[in-house]
Design a protein around this ligand. Structure first.
Ligand SMILES: Nc1ncnc2c1ncn2[C@@H]1O[C@H](COP(=O)(O)OP(=O)(O)O)[C@@H](O)[C@H]1O
Ligand SMILES: O=c1ccn([C@@H]2O[C@H](COP(=O)(O)OP(=O)(O)O)[C@@H](O)[C@H]2O)c(=O)[nH]1
Length: 614
C-alpha cells in the first residue's frame, strides 16, 4: 500500500527507477513453498517492501483493467501471464514506493520474465532467495491455504507444479550458475525457516564469517574488508574457483549446489564442540566447514594447517580472528547430504605467511641459562604458566603452512627443547659459542673439522644441555659430507659484531678494533659481511656504526617500509636492497613493491636513484 508519505515523496521528487539505486531480491520457489509467509517476516525485520507478482496481477484483475480477463484466465489455468504485463506492474510498484529495497516474490517465473525484467528495468537482483520444498508438502499447504483463491484447487495446483518444474526451475538454475542463489530448506516450521532466512539477510558486519584457507594462507583481515563490498560477492564459479585459485588472486565463492557433487572436494569437519549443532541441522551454524582439494594429503599427526577454517568476528572497530582447529574428518557422504545447507559466501585472498607472529611468540620467553638449570624440575603446571609453545601450538597460532613454519623457525634459529620451540637468549648463545671456541684452542680442534660427539661431550661437561650444544653447531656451523662440522666464518663474525653493537652506536675505528679482537684467529672478518646488519652514519668527520638488522624488521611490506623510512628518510639502492630482498608478496615483483611503497627520485640522469616514502 502506498502511504501518504510515499505519495508526497513521489510528488516532491518525481523519482524514477533509473534515478534511484534499487536493491532487489527475487524470492522464488514452488507454489505454496512459503514465499509470501516469509516475505512478511523479512519486511518486518529488514525494512524491505514486499512485491508479490501474483498479488499485483490479482489487484489488476480487481481494478477492472483491460487485461483483467486475460490475466484471470491465465491464473485459473496456472499459466504464466505475458512478461510485459507483469514487468510493467512491478516497475510501477517500485517507482511508486519511497523504499529502495524490494522483495520480488513469485517472479521471474520463466526465462522470458527474467530477460524482460532485466532489459526494461536494468536491474540485476542482489541475490535470489530460493525456497526448496517437496511437492507433497506444497500441495498440502495450498489445498489448506484458505484464502479463497480460485487457483488453489487440485487441478490448477497440478498444472502450476508442472509449469514450475518446466519453466521456473531453469530460472533458478540460471542464477545458481551466477552464484546468486541462497537456498532455504522450506519444509520446516515457519519459525525455523525464518531463522535460516535471517542469517542471509543479516548484514555481513553483524555476522560471524567463516573463511576457508585453501592451499595457501589466507589474509583474513583484508578478506573481511573486501567482503564488505557487496558487489564482489556476486561473482562465483563454484568449486572450480577454489581449485584454480591463483597466487595473489582473490575469488568470491558462494556455497551452492554446484559444490555438492564435485568429485575433487571433500568436506572436513572441525571443532567437536560444533559438531552437534551441525549434525542436528541447526542452520544457524552451517557456516562451519572446510573444503579440501582431494589430491592434497592430510596428515592427522600434524594439524592440517593448509586446510584450516578460520572464524572471524567483526566488531564495530576491530577484527578478531580465531582459528578453529579441525579435529575430525567427516565422510564424503556427509558432504552430499549437505545440499540442504544454506548459502554462505567467502572471499579467499592469498598472502605471505604471518611469520612475524612467530617471532613475537617465541621472543616472549627466550631460553636462558636459568632454564637450562631448571629444565628437569619444571613440572607441567609451571610449563603451562610460562609462555611455551609446542609445534601444534604454533601451527594453531601462526598463519602459515607446516613448511613455512619450519623455515620460519629455522630463520629464527629456534630449537625444540622438551617439546617446546624456543629462541635461545643471545647472551646464552654467546656463552656457548665462546666456550666452544675456548675449547677448540685448549683441545687443538680445527674450526673446519669439528667432531660432533666430542664437541657436544665437552660442552655438556661444561654445563650446557645436549640440545643446546647441538643447536650451537647448527646455528654457527654446517655439517660436511664426512660428518664433521665446520664453523661458518660469516655467521660467527656477525654474531660478534651484533654483540658489540648491542651496547649502542660506536665509532667505526673502535668497532673494527674490538670486532677483530673478538673473532677467532682462524677467521677473517670484513665489513661487507655486515650488509643488512648494520648502518653507518657520518657525524662530522667520524663514521659511526650501529645495529640495524633486517631480521629485526617486520615482514609485512607496509610496516617494513614505514620502519625503513623512519630510520632514514632517503635510501640509496645499495643500502636499501639488503633490507627488502627477503620481502615476498604473492603476485608482486620487487619492482612492484618499490613502486607501491617508495618514491624514486634521480637528481641527475647519471646519479644513483634515491628512494623515499610515498
Ligand atoms: N513453513 C511452513 N510450514 C507450514 N505451513 C506453511 C509454512 N509456510 C507457509 N505455510 C502455509 O502454507 C500456505 C502457503 O504459503 P504461502 O506463503 O502463501 O506460499 P507461497 O507464497 O510460496 O505460495 C499458507 O497457508 C501458509 O500459511
Ligand atoms: O510473475 C508471475 C506471477 C504469478 N503469475 C500467475 O499468478 C499465479 C499465482 O502466483 P502466486 O505467486 O501468487 O502464487 P504461488 O505460486 O506462490 O502459489 C501463478 O500460477 C501464475 O498464473 C504469473 O503469471 N506471473
Amino acid at each position: 500500500m502506498e502511504t501518504a508519505i510515499d505519495s508526497a515523496n513521489k510528488e516532491a521528487n518525481g523519482i524514477s527507477l533509473s534515478e534511484k539505486k534499487v536493491t532487489v531480491v527475487f524470492v522464488l520457489g514452488g507454489p505454496g513453498s512459503g514465499k509470501g509467509t516469509q516475505c512478511a517476516n523479512i519486511v518486518q525485520h529488514f525494512g524491505f517492501t514486499h512485491l508479490s507478482a501474483g498479488d499485483l496481477l490479482r489487484a489488476e484483475i480487481k481494478s477492472g483493467s483491460e487485461n483483467g480477463t486475460m490475466i484471470q484466465n491465465m491464473i485459473k489455468d496456472g499459466k504464466i501471464v505475458p512478461s510485459e504485463v507483469t514487468v510493467k506492474l512491478l516497475q510501477r510498484a517500485m517507482q511508486d514506493s519511497s523504499n529502495d529495497k524490494f522483495l520480488i516474490d513469485g517472479f521471474p517465473r520463466n526465462e522470458e520474465n527474467r530477460a524482460a525484467f532485466e532489459s526494461v528495468t536494468g536491474i540485476d537482483p542482489e541475490f535470489v532467495l530460493f525456497f526448496e520444498c517437496p511437492e507433497e508438502e506444497m500441495e498440502r499447504r495450498l489445498l489448506s491455504r484458505n484464502q479463497g483463491r480460485e487457483d488453489d484447487n487440485i487441478d490448477t495446483v497440478r498444472k502450476r507444479f508442472k509449469v514450475y518444474m518446466e519453466s521456473s526451475l531453469p530460472v533458478i538454475e540460471y542464477y545458481i550458475a551466477k552464484g546468486k542463489v541462497r537456498k532455504i530448506e522450506a519444509a520446516k516450521p515457519v519459525k525455523e525457516v525464518f531463522e535460516a532466512v535471517k542469517t542471509i539477510f543479516t548484514p555481513l558486519k553483524e555476522k560471524e564469517l567463516y573463511l576457508i584457507d585453501c592451499k595457501k594462507p589466507v589474509e583474513l583481515i583484508e578478506a573481511a574488508m573486501e567482503m564488505e563490498t557487496e558487489q564482489q560477492l556476486s561473482t562465483c564459479r563454484g568449486a572450480e574457483a577454489v581449485l584454480n585459485l591463483q597466487p595473489a588472486s582473490s575469488v568470491s565463492i558462494a556455497y551452492h549446489s554446484l559444490f555438492g557433487p564435485h568429485d575433487d572436494l571433500v568436506l572436513l569437519e572441525l571443532d567437536e564442540k560444533l559438531l552437534p549443532d551441525v549434525l542436528h541441522n541447526s542452520l544457524m551454524k552451517m557456516q562451519f566447514f572446510v573444503l579440501r582439494p582431494k589430491h592434497m594429503p592430510l596428515s592427522m599427526s600434524e594439524p592440517p594447517t593448509l586446510y584450516c577454517l578460520y572464524r572471524l568476528q567483526i566488531n564495530h572497530c576491530c577484527v578478531e580472528m580465531h582459528k578453529i582447529l579441525m579435529r575430525k574428518i567427516v565422510s564424503r557422504n556427509w558432504w552430499h547430504q549437505s545440499s540442504k545447507w544454506h548459502l554462505v559466501s567467502w572471499k579467499l585472498f592469498e598472502v605471505a605467511p604471518r611469520i612475524d607472529r612467530l617471532k613475537m611468540l617465541l621472543s616472549e620467553n627466550p631460553y636462558r641459562f636459568d632454564d637450562a638449570l631448571m629444565s628437569e624440575e619444571l613440572d607441567e603446571m609451571e610449563k603451562n604458566n610460562t609462555r611455551l609453545y609446542s609445534w601444534s601450538d604454533l601451527i594453531d597460532k601462526v598463519q602459515a603452512s607446516a613448511d613455512e613454519l619450519r623455515s620460519g623457525l629455522q630463520a629464527l634459529s629456534a630449537v625444540e627443547i622438551d617439546g617446546y620451540w624456543r629462541i635461545v637468549d643471545e647472551n646464552y648463545m654467546d656463552g656457548i659459542l665462546n666456550m666452544l671456541l675456548h675449547n677448540s684452542v685448549l683441545n687443538d680442534w680445527s674450526l673446519n673439522g669439528l667432531n660432533e660427539a666430542e664437541v657436544v661431550g665437552v660442552l655438556q661437561s661444561d654445563g650446557f644441555p645436549c640440545e643446546i650444544a647441538h643447536h650451537c653447531l647448527q646455528v654457527y656451523g654446517s655439517k660436511m659430507d664426512d660428518g664433521m662440522w665446520r664453523l661458518d666464518e660469516k655467521r660467527v663474525c656477525i654474531h660478534f659484531a651484533r654483540g658489540i653493537l648491542r651496547g649502542g652506536k660506536i665509532r667505526m675505528d673502535n668497532f673494527m678494533v674490538e670486532w677483530m679482537r673478538k673473532i677467532p684467529e682462524e677467521m677473517q672478518a670484513s665489513f661487507d659481511m655486515l650488509t643488512g646488519e648494520v648502518l653507518t652514519e657520518k657525524l662530522g668527520i667520524e663514521t659511526w656504526v650501529y645495529a640495524f638488522s633486517v631480521s629485526s624488521l617486520p615482514s609485512a611490506p607496509a610496516e617494513r617500509f614505514s620502519m625503513l623510512f623512519r630510520e632514514r628518510p632517503k635510501w640509496e639502492w645499495k643500502d636499501l636492497q639488503p633490507y627488502i630482498r627477503d620481502l615476498s608478496v604473492p603476485g608482486l615483483s620487487s619492482e612492484g613493491l618499490l613502486l607501491k611503497y617508495t618514491r624514486r627520485t634521480q637528481p641527475t640522469p647519471d646519479a644513483e636513484p634515491v628512494f623515499s616514502a610515498r
